[in-house]
Design a protein around this ligand. Sequence first.
Ligand SMILES: [Zn+2]
Length: 109
Amino acid sequence: MEENNDDENIDYCVPPSEVRSDGTVITSEGYVIDLLNCEHMSPDGELCMPVMVYRNDIRCEKDCPQCSATIADEKQIFLMDNGENCYPCADCNSWVWWEEDELWMYWLE
Ligand SMILES: [Zn+2]
């Protein structure tokens, strides 16, 4: 399926189903990779670093923008330094990127 590169591009080749709920993956060699410390390739080919992760909240319950599957409460959503959100969706088996309009923030007041 995926190409096996020997360089550092492993982070965005990780199958979403292998991302654990704490935002790490275990490689086939047994290394634990914290995706928060990895660069991620956006669909535009831009290398992004996560600035934070957050979890789906009951007040702003989100669905996957691509397949509409509910994002599980324990799953982490990455906020990237280009302002986009990224979520490894196991349902559609892809890293889904989207821009947040942040409307939900107004609901919290
Ligand atoms: Zn999905």
